[in-house]
Design a protein around this ligand. Structure first.
Ligand code: PEP
Length: 250
């Protein structure tokens, strides 16, 4: 049982069509229940569904975010992209930046840093993803990787009050494999200490992401330092997503 506010970020990745929007009705219902008033639910559907989600969730306390954005705050000749200003203008309040699936197709730390800056300028809250690969973990490089990603991604940024870190070991995403609690706690504390040291007066929020499911969430919640979850696969099934939320609080 936890009394802390917990984030539940639903990353739908490149899934979902117009019909699937109604599948979240059940989640809206439970978000209104008193037992779950400490949950902060954020849906990050693909761009094509953002407007539908914003309209649907208008009178709820569920927020909407995009899964990425262009680094420029200004409109321009960037075919195929949308920027943080457009995302905010649509009525979204969040954006995921630095997801390993975006890094995988060429997103560099420098680009991530620019995207975070433009999202701050446009008053979006940022879910900044960091995490090591299996190879890096095996070579005991996790902490170097995490501190480099944090240093470069947050370079020349003074205020991180609207930036939430999502610690997502790449080897956990979509694999069903979750780090051992001791290892996870250690990495979460490392991230929080890094942020406290480099950003005075910050109260860092760190989420965990990687194969979170109704089966493993009770065990993950034992780690009190985790401020919530970034959920991919399981968030596309509302029953599973609800189960994750319920098991966090019961
Ligand atoms: C993710 O998309 O960030 C993620 C953690 O995916 P999954 O829950 O499917 O591992």
């Amino acid at each position: 049982m936890t009394n802390k506010y917990k984030y539940f970020v639903a990353n739908w990745k490149m899934f979902g069509d117009i019909k699937s929007v109604n599948s979240i009705n059940k989640v809206i219902k439970i978000s209104r229940m008193k037992n779950f008033n400490k949950s902060k639910i954020i849906y990050c559907p693909p761009y094509t569904l953002l407007d539908k989600f914003v309209r649907k969730l208008k009178k709820t306390n569920i927020q909407v975010g995009a899964q990425n954005c262009h680094q420029s705050s200004f409109s321009g000749p960037f075919t195929g992209f949308i920027n943080s200003k457009m995302i905010k203008n649509l009525g979204c309040n969040y954006v995921i930046i630095g997801h390993s699936e975006s890094r995988n197709v060429g997103e560099t730390d420098l680009l991530i840093n620019k995207k975070i800056k433009s999202s701050i300028e446009n008053n979006l809250k940022i879910i900044f993803c960091i995490g090591e690969s299996l190879n890096e973990k095996k070579r005991k490089k996790t902490k170097i990787i995490l501190s480099n990603q944090l240093k470069k991604g947050l370079k020349n940024i003074k205020n991180i009050k609207n930036t939430i870190i999502a610690y997502e070991p790449i080897w956990s995403i979509g694999t069903g494999v979750v780090p051992k609690n001791k290892e996870l706690l250690n990495n979460i504390l490392f991230i929080k200490n890094f942020l406290r040291k480099n950003f005075k007066n910050s109260k860092p929020k760190v989420l965990y992401g990687g194969s979170v499911s109704p089966k493993n969430v009770k065990n993950l919640v034992k780690i009190n330092q985790i401020d919530g979850f970034l959920v991919g696969g399981a968030s596309q099934n509302s029953n599973k997503f609800i189960d994750i939320i319920k098991k966090t609080f019961n």
